[in-house]
Structure formats: C-alpha cells, structure tokens
Design a protein. Structure first.
Length: 142
C-alpha cells in the first residue's frame, strides 16, 4: 500500500464555507459570499452583523476559496484598504490556522469563514461546500 503525503488529503479536499450556528442563512450563493468578502454586504438578512474571517497563511483552502470567488488575494486587499480608509467598513479578521478559523467562527455570533471540508466540526454550520475540482473548473471556465 502506498504511503500518502501528509498534505495530500488537504490538497484534494473541497472547502467548506462555515458560519456560526446563529446566522439566519442555511446556504449562500457564490455571489452572496463574494458580496460579504468585498464588503458590499455587512449584515445578515435578519440585520445582525457579519463577522468575516480569513486565513493569514497560504493554504490550499485559501487558494481554492479565492478561486471560488474569482478574485486574487491582492484584489481583495485593495478593496479592504479602500473601505477601511473611507471609514465604511472593517477588514476580515485573519487567523493563523484553519483550526483557529473553526474555533473563532464557532465562538463568534454572525461569523463566516472557510476551511478545508475535512476540518468542519459540529460547532459550526456549513453554508456552502465547494468540491476541490469545482473551484478550479470555475477558474478555468471563465
């Protein structure tokens, strides 16, 4: 039986867009996720505040998430800087690991983030699952 590389499972896993169980949504479209992350929408449908989480480190899930959004990290950083400098919003909180994202999303009402699907726990809800091939296919197809 062949041994697999430790990072291999994360490389082939899809990503999960996760949220705190208190959020009123049960699913999100790609456009809704994008609207949150470009800071065009900062409230859930019930009026509660959206708290965004991003990852500091370059991970396979971060790359897949940005491909899913059809954005480069530098593009979103420019948007975030403009919004913050204008006083119209706040940047996502960046965390050092995917495990921290799960913990913070679970502990923060209104929170949303993304992680490798295999890291999802019962402490969060999944609003969108993006299979590994889908993010890449979307990227190539447009």
């Amino acid at each position: 039986m062949a041994q697999s590389h430790p990072g291999m499972a994360k490389e082939v896993a899809g990503i999960a867009i996760i949220a705190h169980p208190s959020v009123p949504a049960t699913t999100l479209s790609q456009q809704q996720v994008l609207d949150f992350y470009v800071l065009e929408t900062n409230r859930w449908e019930d009026g509660s505040l959206v708290v965004l989480f991003d990852q500091k480190q370059k991970t396979a899930s971060k790359e897949k998430f940005y491909r899913f959004l059809k954005k480069e990290p530098r593009e979103l950083k420019k948007v975030w800087m403009r919004v913050v400098l204008s006083g119209e919003g706040r940047t996502p909180r960046t965390l050092g690991s995917e495990e921290e994202v799960v913990q913070e999303v679970a502990a923060t009402p209104g929170a949303i983030g993304y992680v490798s699907a295999d890291l999802v726990t019962d402490d969060v809800v999944v609003l969108r699952y993006v299979p590994a091939g889908k993010a890449a296919a979307q990227d190539r197809g447009r």
